[in-house]
Design a protein around this ligand. Sequence first.
Ligand SMILES: Cc1ncc(COP(=O)(O)O)c(C=O)c1O
Length: 394
Amino acid sequence: VGEPKRTTRSPYMEFAKTGIVDVPFPLTSSGLESIDLARFPVLLEDLTADLTGDPALSVPGNYGYEPVQEALALHTGADPACIVPAGGASMSNHLAMAAVLTQPGDQVLIESPSYPLLFDTARYLLTDVHSFDREPVDYSVDPDRISAVIEGRMRGAERLRRLRLIVLTNLHNPSSALLDSETLREIGEIAERHGARVLVDETYLAAMLENTPRSAFFLGPTFITTNSLTKVYGLSGLRCGWILAQPALARQIWQMVDLFDVNPPHIAQRLSVVALRELARGEDSAIRRNARELLCRNIELLNRFLSSRDDLCVRLHSHGTTSFPRLTRGTAGELVALAERRGTSITDGRFFEAPEHFRIGIGARSDVVEEGLARLGDALDELAKLNVSSRSAH
Ligand SMILES: Cc1ncc(COP(=O)(O)O)c(C=O)c1O
């Protein structure tokens, strides 16, 4: 058993930033299209005098800018003492992990498949990373599988002795599966028995649109959650993310903030307050309404497409921004190339350690999604033909 090796890059993020071929009908994004700045409901007064009446571009950098803390408290239902804002869910995950995983060799258990940055960040922190499998097809979590990994029954590996953190996404990236609170509670109990915590990345939870459960943070002190306004509302550029944690841990996370970026850009804080106040209008929020309408339309388009295919193994879609079908023939790598030649794009399942799967994102405009799915259908037909002819050639 060697020393853990530090990860210093993220192949997935490099792909997301530079590897996606520019196509007219992309289905790669896991988030909704950015809203136009012209449609962002900001008034000049919001920027020239903050909500405490301070006209300065810079404010004292304390632990929390009050208007943001209050707006996030209203948005999440959590006490401001439990809220640490951060640059997107990305920095939120990083800070939360850094505060909990303080010793090299601390053990982390992460769902698989999962968002690759969760693994990369844990490895950057020199932790000893293990994974447990979600169930195939519906991507639910069986808490017994988690216990089995911890007890070392699965591979006869040594029991996890310094388990500090179990990490999940809810909704699940890439499949959008929802974890119910009963399952989360069971996972919390397992973590507690081993003196560990549970980190739930809830970046996509608001993509439930209806009957959105409360954050897992409210299930008990074992839970830490991360979230942002990035994916579901087309507000990625604000980098408005946050962590919910018990006050003592929140204070430790604030100390991590001091090590990493000290203070966020103040202008982004003011814009985040504007966005959070708009979202607080509930049914009257135009940002919320647009997101819901777009996703409802696109889920219908996706389901029409999925129902028309007998070469994909996947459940029909009921919520969320991404679907993760398994191909019954061919590989996702082949499909990616065929799709790109037809002007659409999907994400190769190899980034999620599932090369027979691919991820479809439905956050683009409905006309783009509709045409992208039509072209993806053509690419799948072509893949079927190629696989028939290559089989008959052997
Ligand atoms: C599960 C998950 N967490 C976090 C992030 C990062 O979100 P943000 O843009 O808010 O940093 C992503 C982005 O794809 C994600 O899929």
